[in-house]
Design a protein around this ligand. Sequence first.
Ligand code: ADP
Ligand code: MG
Length: 264
Amino acid sequence: MTQLTARPLIETRHLTRHYHLGGETVMALADVSLTIHEGDFVAVMGPSGSGKSTFMNVLGCLDRPTSGDYALDGEEIARLDSDQLAAVRNRKLGFVFQQFHLLDRLDALTNVELPLMYAGVDRSSRRERATEALTRVGLAERLHHRPTQLSGGQQQRVAVARALVNRPRMLLADEPTGALDSRTSLELMSLFQELNRDGVTVVIVTHEPDVARYAARLVRFRDGHVLSDQRQRPADAAEELAALLAGQAEPDHASARAETEAVA
Ligand code: ADP
Ligand code: MG
C-alpha cells in the first residue's frame, strides 16, 4: 500500500506520560510525535525501560497520556471518557501480550468469544465468529482445548484469534514472541504478515532484531523519545518458514541414510 493514499490511523503529537513514584517523577514518554498509516507494519524497539509498553498502552487506550494529543482514526482520544475509551478499544483494536492472558478455565473458543460478549453479540454469532477467527490462525482442530492443553505457540494463536474476533483495524502486540521459541516466533510473524497483507495495521514491540526484520518500519525508542524511525524492506516470514522446514527435512534424510548404512 502506498503511504501517499493511506490514511493516518494513529497520530500522536508531543505525547508525554509521567509516573510519580515516591516523590520522584519518571518520564516514561518524554515527547513522542508519530504518525502511523493504515496498512503499516511497525516494529518498536528499544532498551528495557525506554517507554515502549507505556507507548503501546497509550496507543491502545489502556492508559492516558499526561499531555499531548492522540488521534486514533481521526478521533481525539483525550476527550473521551472511560466508557467511550472502552468502546473504541473494543471496536478498533486488538491486543496481544507476551503472557497470552488467556483464562485457563475456559476452552479456546470461549476465550475468543469473550470480547464479543462484552460487545453484546448474541451467542450463535459469537460461536460462528470465534470459530472463524480460530480457523484463521490455524486452530480449527483445537476449539475445545483449554490453554493448559495447548503449546505456547498455540496459546499465542488463541490470543491472536481473540484480538481479531472484533475485526479490528489495528493489532497491538507487546513482546508477542517473548515467551516463544524461535521456530514458533517465526510462525507467529508469518501470521502477522498475512494479517497485515489482508489490511490489518500491525504495531509490535520487540527487543529481538530477528523479529523486527519482518516489519516494514522500525521505530527505536530511548529514554521516552523516538531515537530513529526508518522504513525497511521486510523479510518474508512464510518464505523463511518454508526454507526452515525444507532444511529440517534434509537432516532427517541424512540420518535415515546413516541408519541404513549402519545396519548395512
Ligand atoms: P519498556 O516497555 O520499554 O521496557 P516501560 O514503558 O514499561 O518501558 O517503562 C518506561 C519507564 O516508566 C520505566 O522507567 C519504568 O520503570 C517506568 N514505569 C512504567 N510503568 C510504571 C508505573 N506504573 N509506575 C511507575 N513507573 C513506571
Ligand atoms: Mg515493556
